[in-house]
Design a protein around this ligand. Structure first.
Ligand code: UGA
Length: 459
């Protein structure tokens, strides 16, 4: 079996490397020659734990190769998976399909023998039919079937999600396509994973519905967190209590700074917009998007409150900038809104992240970026934890308190041990917890603010 993957982003590269690891002969194609040159030299252009070892192993076994040339990669393939980007269109928020359509048009005349052309990219319902029409026009004689094979990989856990998926969804309108795709996924199916063969529209809708549902779950629990903050109660305990109901389930009920990343914000928006264009309203998902957006500025207010009502004159340390731990991705991260806002209000913001600093320097205005966590904490009055990196959970809180001046800790992921932080001298604020542990910081913060403002005025 020979497979070509078009696009070497998160989805394409992980899929290609993992297929090769299953024993399939894979060519990864990308028109970006810098990326392909890097991959040929063994450099992985994305941060995904475990991926480098799999790429190295598959290349050494001669099952994974890279090219920029469609004419080399397409004719021999039994299946071509398109995994190029589908960013939101600036005009209307629907998915921009130009890259996927351009790729399909290039592939069509190069096909040789029966070939499955499957979309891995997240695409709105009806896209497979549009691709098929375009390809039939471009190459009327070609023998191919268009399929939809959505991915459900999480960044940072993509290898695990590929090898141990909850399900594989194959959207096909052609029996031969189903046979080829099932053969490719045979080792995964043999491990007991359900492989669902459905029509193409069902597969396309399933992908958007899955992401929209998970995003809605997060937006919901974040509003429950707001209620806990104002009335008492702990959101983590509420999530546990409702999550034990098997109809609800425990996952994606972790309150935090709101969902971000390359998928949920873009896919929820595209789901709403595409549905609207078809005359169907998605009020529930639209509300989840709205709640998520509003949350980011609301959290800045929480930091201000926790700091005694104002950040003027204070130094803030921000811990974590990526949209979640385990990735260097900052796309639609809450930090993109929260950090510049804090920088406007505070005397100084120092931001640390174990993997995202390079990208953050290009995308976030206002803070001083620190590669060393201690440097970010040194002299800070308020520490705001935005991403639950293991480094922060393992942080020596006594040392952190010793480095800081103000000792206010705003843990927007409920990641830290409150008792240990309180014992270290911090006033600790979390998400969805009404109680504040530690001494009320108002007088101390006011004194610090006054002193710092006086120094600033003298400068
Ligand atoms: C998401 C889906 O989980 C994948 O199944 C899907 O394949 C992928 O999008 C995609 O469409 O490509 P990903 O964006 O990598 O994966 O990240 P998640 O782990 O799902 O987290 C998304 C956001 O939700 C993050 O900002 C995270 O911090 C937040 N989140 C997640 C919470 O705030 N609470 C939770 O309980 C879970």
């Amino acid at each position: 079996m020979k497979v070509t993957i078009v696009g070497t982003g998160y989805v394409g590269l992980v899929t290609g490397a993992c297929f090769a690891d299953l024993g399939i002969d894979v060519t990864c194609l990308d028109t970006d020659s810098d990326k392909i040159d890097a991959l040929k030299a063994g450099v992985i252009p994305i941060y995904e734990p475990g991926l480098d070892a799999i790429v190295e192993r598959a290349c050494a076994a001669g099952r994974l190769s890279f090219t920029t040339r469609y004419e080399f990669a397409i004719p021999d393939a039994d299946a071509v998976f398109i995994a190029v980007g589908t960013p939101p269109r600036s005009s209307d928020g629907q998915a921009d399909l130009s890259a996927i359509m351009a790729s399909a048009a290039t592939i069509a005349p190069l096909l040789c023998g029966f070939t499955v052309v499957a979309t891995k990219s997240t695409v709105p319902v009806g896209t497979s039919s549009r691709i098929e029409t375009l390809m039939r026009r471009a190459a009327p004689e070609a023998d191919f079937a268009v399929a939809s094979n959505p991915e459900f990989l999480r960044e940072g856990a993509a290898i695990h999600d590929f090898t141990h998926p909850d399900r594989v969804v194959l959207g096909v309108d052609d029996r031969r396509a189903a046979e080829v795709l099932r053969e490719i996924y045979a080792p995964i199916e043999a491990a007991g994973v359900p492989v669902l063969v459905v029509d193409r529209s069902t597969a396309e809708i399933a992908k958007y519905a899955a992401n929209s549902f998970l995003a809605t779950k997060i937006a919901f629990i974040n509003e429950v967190a707001d209620l806990c903050e104002s009335t008492g109660g702990s959101v983590d305990a509420v999530a546990h209590a409702i999550g034990l109901d098997h109809r609800i389930g425990p996952d994606f009920l972790k309150a935090g700074p709101g969902f971000g990343g390359s998928c949920f914000p873009k896919d929820t928006q595209a789901f709403v917009k595409t549905s609207e264009a078809l005359g169907v309203r998605q009020r529930v998902v639209a509300a989840a998007i709205h709640a998520n957006e509003a949350r980011k500025l609301h959290l800045v207010e929480r930091v201000v409150e926790a700091s005694g009502g104002s950040l003027a004159g204070l130094r803030v340390a921000v811990l974590g900038l990526t949209f979640k731990a385990g990735t260097d991705d900052l796309r639609d991260s809450p930090s993109l809104v929260v950090v510049p806002e804090l920088a406007k209000l505070a005397r100084e913001v120092r931001a640390h992240d174990p993997a995202g600093l390079m990208r953050a320097r290009e995308q976030i205005e206002g803070p001083v970026f620190c590669a060393d966590l201690r440097k970010a904490l040194d002299g800070a009055d308020v520490a705001v934890l935005l991403t639950d990196w293991p480094e922060y959970k393992a942080m020596d809180l006594v040392e952190a308190a010793g480095l800081m001046t103000g000792r206010v800790l705003v843990d927007l992921r409920n990641a830290l041990d409150i008792a240990a932080a309180t014992a270290a001298g911090f006033s600790v604020f979390g998400v969805g917890r009404s109680e504040v542990r530690g001494a009320a910081p108002v007088e101390r913060m006011t004194a610090i603010r006054r002193a710092r403002t006086a120094v600033q005025a003298a400068e």
